[in-house]
Every structure is written in structure tokens, then in C-alpha cells.
Design a binder for this molecule. Structure first.
Ligand code: NDP
Length: 245
């Protein structure tokens, strides 16, 4: 009997809810097995794992805080000794909004740390493995805020703009090794992160007149992880209903 080729793996950070959960299900539908990271919401992560398995893919839960390099080394480092994800989606994100005049050091530092330190701690070990295999796709979930700047989000805008810079620099570093690095920049998407925002004030500013869905972001990530996107690297692709052009 012929043995089947091993299935490709996608590692998604912040996959227990919202956009990350939709990305996990989307990539599972594309035939990926999933390594699902989250911070501490075990029940939500178990629900996503169940959804992935119902689709027909395997799902391994890898809970760690992306700001904690020791835990990442212990959990992810061990997995990477035997397997290499084809795709890494740096989606874990976090906002602590305040006007700059009232922003605390902690609000500044934690938002930057989850986005930028998190990107570094997770991407570095996965990238080393991808470079050895000479293939891989890295997708960073950034934000319209990092492109246009958003009042009340100086910390978050800085973090996402930083991640856009990292995306472009890394794309140039590793393109020759067939590792493609891109960013997806959502606008206002219906998740827990946006549920308390004043929709009546925001909707008139969006040309398409509505918030996007997590699935609409996941569709672009699926494309970027597919063969169809084999000549795309270093790009920032907006999924924002036209709010930033
Ligand atoms: P949610 O708040 O719905 O979910 C956040 C996810 O990130 C959860 O899975 C959470 O895990 C995880 N997470 C948060 N902090 C950490 C951490 N330190 N370590 C590991 N995992 C962590 O967010 P969204 O789905 O709305 O956002 C997903 C990404 O999209 C973020 O990067 C966000 O900045 C970005 N984005 C979202 C927009 C929107 O309108 N919603 C717009 C633009 C960008 P747990 O469940 O365990 O807490």
C-alpha cells in the first residue's frame, strides 16, 4: 500500500476566538492540520479544536503566552524537533485603548509586547525550521490602525506599524529560501475586540457600510497560504471595506 504524504501544518497564534478561530477553520478546510495557540481560554480553544476536527483535520492545542519565551521554547521547541509548520499565522493581538495623555506605561508596554515581542518569540524558532525545509508562509495579522494611525490607539498603531516593517524586512531576508512573508490588515471586524465600539459613529466612515466578518479575513489568509499566492511576498493586504485606501 502506498503511504500518504504527510499533511501540511499551520500554526495559528491567538486561535481560540475571533479572527484566529476563523483562520484555523479556513485552513483546516484547505487541508491543513492545525497547531492552535491561545493564552488561557481553554474552553474556547477546545471548541475551535472540535470544529477543526469536524472538518476532518487534526488539531493540537499549544497554549502559551506569546510574550513568554521560556514557555514557547518548552512547548513549541519540542514540537519543532519533529515537525515543521508550512504556515505560521501571527494573529495573537491585544488592545488597551487610551488617549496618549492618559496612557499608562503598562498600556504602552503590554500592547507592544504582545504584538512585537510575540512575533519575534514565535517566528524565530519556526523560521529556522522553515529555512531548513526551504519552504514556508508567514502571515502577520496587522491592522488598518498601523497603516493610517488611529486616535486613542497610539500604542496599538505603533505596534501594528512595527509589525508591518518587520514583515517587509523579513520578506527580503528569506525570499531566496522560498519562505514568503506577508501581512493582512483588517479594518473593523466583528469580534470581541470591537463589540464595545460605537457602531453608529463608525459605520458611516466605512465605504462598504458594515463591519467585516472573521471569515472574510480568513479567506485572504487561506489565499496567501495557497499555491496561488506563490509570487506574493512583503505585501500588506487590506481587508477593510474601503476605510483605508
Ligand atoms: P480577539 O480579542 O477576539 O481574540 C484574541 C485572541 O488572541 C484570542 O485567541 C486570545 O487568546 C489571543 N491572545 C491575546 N493575547 C495573547 C497572548 N499574549 N498570547 C497568546 N494569545 C493571546 O481578537 P480578534 O480576533 O479581534 O483579533 C485577532 C487579530 O486581528 C489581532 O492581532 C488584532 O489586533 C487583529 N485585528 C483585529 C481587528 C478587529 O476589528 N477585530 C481589526 C484589525 C486587526 P485567549 O482566548 O486565550 O485570551
Amino acid at each position: 500500500m502506498q503511504s500518504r504524504a504527510p499533511r501540511k501544518i499551520a500554526l495559528i497564534t491567538g486561535g481560540s476566538r475571533g479572527i484566529g478561530a476563523a483562520i484555523a477553520c479556513g485552513l483546516a478546510r484547505d487541508g491543513f492540520d492545525i497547531w492552535l495557540n491561545y493564552r488561557d481560554n481553554h474552553d474556547a480553544a477546545a471548541g475551535v479544536a472540535h470544529a477543526v476536527e469536524t472538518i476532518g483535520s487534526a488539531c493540537r492545542l499549544v497554549p502559551f503566552d506569546v510574550t513568554d519565551p521560556e514557555k514557547i521554547e518548552a512547548l513549541l521547541g519540542t514540537l519543532l524537533e519533529t515537525q515543521t509548520p508550512y504556515a505560521l499565522v501571527n494573529n495573537a493581538g491585544f488592545s488597551r485603548d487610551a488617549l496618549m495623555v492618559w496612557m499608562t506605561q503598562s498600556e504602552w508596554k503590554t500592547v507592544l509586547s504582545v504584538t512585537l515581542d510575540g512575533f519575534f518569540h514565535v517566528t524565530k524558532p519556526v523560521l529556522n525550521a522553515m529555512l531548513r525545509k526551504r519552504e514556508g508562509r508567514i502571515i502577520n495579522i496587522v491592522s488598518t490602525s498601523g497603516e493610517s494611525g488611529m486616535p486613542g490607539q497610539v500604542n496599538y498603531s505603533a505596534a501594528k506599524a512595527g509589525l508591518i516593517g518587520a514583515t517587509k524586512a523579513l520578506a527580503k531576508e528569506v525570499g531566496k529560501r522560498n519562505v514568503l512573508v506577508n501581512a493582512v490588515a483588517p479594518g473593523f471586524i466583528q469580534t470581541e475586540m470591537t463589540e464595545k465600539l460605537p457602531a453608529d459613529k463608525i459605520l458611516p466612515t466605512i465605504p462598504l457600510g458594515r463591519f467585516g466578518t472573521p471569515q472574510e479575513v480568513a479567506a485572504v489568509v487561506s489565499f496567501l497560504c495557497s499555491e496561488k499566492a506563490a509570487y506574493i511576498t512583503g505585501q500588506v493586504i487590506g481587508v477593510n471595506g474601503g476605510i483605508y485606501l
